[in-house]
Structures are given as structure tokens and as C-alpha cells.
Ligand binder design. Structure first.
Ligand code: AFP
Length: 328
């Protein structure tokens, strides 16, 4: 099979109008940033490259920023040339970073997902969501509304995984494609991500069980009951601590990811962020035939109220997610 570059894929899958050209350029800019992040990560731990150290600032998550969080954020911002982006929203930025007054797009990014894994030699990633700019006035309070569109308005979303491979899962609204970085270029994989309707793996941080709401507790107990339980099948468990790594596995093998609401302080609506983690992943999941919910509402239907708003995130094989929702 002839290998297809990402640039060629975008030429085929994105309308060559002004917004489409901006979208293509933005995705290619993000690819350039991903190469810088991947290279830095490959050399993490050498005396002059300590990317897991805390650098003092506190991000919107209330987490202290690590060196790679800041490096990734800066690499992404610096990559935006000819991208026509009006504003950049990031886990590492308190508010909107205004870029181009005539920009056609806004972009919401988790520059480095899985920071707790930076020094563990485990997969981490970058998650992005691209929306059309609707505001007419190039002022923060107007541009902010562009980032607060429901996830179903996304033009494109994707995530890079920095692991054994540097890879990308991407949707521009007509299915999902996967790419691997090979000799400096993203090349399309043979594999077309499509999530099986039912799986036999669940991904959740079991150490939080005592804090979960009743639906989450009942759902996981049903999985643990295996063939004798209500789902009549045995389950395996995986938890990577990096959303992008768990998501990639679910695109490959099916199953369900759960970060539900719990009773810890600041976790009453879970841990993950709506506009730059849940929405981009939910767009990909729905495009791949899966389902993404907060337990009551489809993620893509939620009207965001704040740029760092958290949301319970349950996604994966649609039958498994329906089983979860039936408990609410
Ligand atoms: P960090 O980027 O702070 O490590 O958080 C990663 C993450 O947002 C997501 O990638 C993981 O699935 C989830 O948090 C892990 O959360 P726990 O550390 O509570 O298990």
C-alpha cells in the first residue's frame, strides 16, 4: 500500500476554503510542535534535560507546572505560523492568549497530558480541539465565548501520543485517521480507528473507589462480578495515568474509560477538563463509532461555562457506556 502523508490526507479530507486552509495549517503547526516535544522527551533525564522537575508556577489544575508542561505550551504557541488562529486556550494559560485579530479559528489545548508520567518513561501526549471563531470583536471577553461552544461544533480534534511511537489520532469530522511520525513526517497507518460496540476492559483509578458516586460503584462492581454478574462477561483492568494512552488502547481494542465525579474536594465533577480534554476525545470517540458521556449528558452536547471547567468523563464502546448511563 502506498504510504499517505498527513499533508496529503488533509488535502483530501478538508475543504480548501479559507477556514479549511487555516485548519490544515493549524494541524501541521501542531505536528511541528509535537516533534519538538517528542525529541525533548526522548532525552529527558540527561543532566541538562530534567523535564519532570516542578518549575514553581501553579496551573489552572491547581497542579504545579513541570518543565515539560511549560516547554510543550511554548512549543505549541511558537509553532503557529500562517495558522489564522485568533486565540489559544490552554491548561497552562489562565485565560485566552490572543494571537491574530483576523484569525478564523480558536484552539483549546492540553499541551502535556499525563505529566505525572514524564519521569516514568511512560506514554504522555498533547490533546487539541479546533473551533471556528464566531466573535467579531478581538477582545478577550468576546473571544472567550468562541472557546465555550459545545463540543459538537468542533471542526477538528486529535491527540498526539509520545510513546514507543510518536503518533496522532485525528478527526476533521469525517471519520478518524491515525498517523505515525516516520523520519520527520507523519504517515497514515493502515489502521482506521473504529471502536468495537462492546469491550472487556475498563480503565479507572481504583484507588478512588471509596469516593465514587453510587452509579460508578455499581458499574465497576458489575464488571468485577464477571461472567456471574449482570454483564455476563469477565473484564480486564488497565489504568495508564495518561488519558491519551488509555484512549489509544480503547480505539484499538474497545472497552471503557471512566473518570467519574467523586466526593474529594474539587472532584465533584471529576478531574478532566471539558474544552481541551473531554471534548476533543469525545469528538474522536463519536467519529469512531463509540460514545462519550458525563453519565447524564453526551459530552459533545454540554454547553461549557468556563474554560477550565471540569467534567466527569466516561467514554468507549457504546454498549459499555450505555450500561453505565443506565445506572443514572
Ligand atoms: P496529569 O497530566 O496531571 O498527570 O493528569 C493526567 C490526567 O489528566 C489524565 O491524563 C489521566 O487519565 C488522569 O489525569 C489520571 O488521574 P489520576 O492521577 O487521578 O489517576
Amino acid at each position: 500500500m502506498v504510504s499517505v502523508s498527513l499533508a496529503h490526507y488533509l488535502q483530501k479530507s478538508v475543504e480548501p476554503n479559507q477556514t479549511g486552509i487555516a485548519l490544515t495549517n493549524t494541524i501541521l503547526c501542531l505536528c511541528n510542535a509535537s516533534k519538538i516535544i517528542a525529541k525533548a522527551l526522548c532525552e529527558n533525564g540527561l543532566p541538562d534535560n530534567q523535564l519532570g522537575i516542578h518549575v514553581g508556577d501553579i496551573n489552572s489544575d491547581g497542579d504545579s507546572q513541570k518543565a515539560l508542561d511549560v516547554l510543550a505550551d511554548k512549543a505549541i504557541i511558537s509553532s503557529f505560523t500562517n495558522a489564522s488562529i485568533a486565540a489559544y486556550f490552554s491548561e497552562e494559560q489562565e485565560t485566552a492568549l490572543l494571537l491574530e485579530p483576523d484569525g478564523k479559528l480558536v484552539i483549546c489545548v492540553d499541551p502535556l497530558d499525563g505529566s505525572s508520567n514524564i519521569d516514568n518513561n511512560l506514554s504522555v501526549g498533547t490533546i487539541f480541539s479546533i473551533l471556528a471563531r464566531k466573535s467579531k470583536i478581538f477582545e478577550p471577553e468576546y473571544i472567550m465565548s468562541d472557546a465555550l461552544q459545545p463540543g459538537e461544533n468542533q471542526l477538528a480534534s486529535g491527540f498526539f501520543v509520545y510513546g514507543p511511537q510518536t503518533s496522532l489520532i485525528l478527526t476533521t469530522g469525517s471519520g478518524v485517521a491515525s498517523f505515525i511520525l516516520k523520519q520527520g513526517e507523519f504517515i497514515q497507518m493502515e489502521w482506521e480507528p473504529s471502536i468495537p460496540n462492546a469491550g472487556n476492559q475498563f480503565a479507572i483509578n481504583m484507588s478512588n473507589m471509596r469516593y465514587w458516586s453510587q452509579p460508578a460503584t455499581d458499574y465497576i462492581q458489575a464488571c468485577l462480578d464477571g461472567v456471574d454478574g449482570p454483564f455476563a462477561k469477565n473484564y480486564n483492568m488497565r489504568w495508564c495515568g495518561s488519558l491519551v494512552a488509555d484512549a489509544w488502547r480503547i480505539f484499538r481494542q474497545g472497552g471503557i474509560f471512566l473518570y467519574p465525579e467523586d466526593s474529594r474536594e474539587n472532584y465533584h465533577v471529576g478531574r478532566l477538563r471539558l474544552i481541551y480534554e473531554a471534548n476533543p476525545v469525545a469528538f474522536l470517540v463519536e467519529q469512531a463509532g463509540g460514545r462519550a458521556t458525563d453519565g447524564n449528558v453526551e459530552i459533545l452536547k454540554i454547553e461549557p461555562k468556563a474554560i477550565h471547567q471540569r467534567v466527569p468523563l466516561i467514554f468507549g464502546s457504546k454498549d459499555d457506556v450505555f450500561n453505565y448511563e443506565s445506572l443514572y
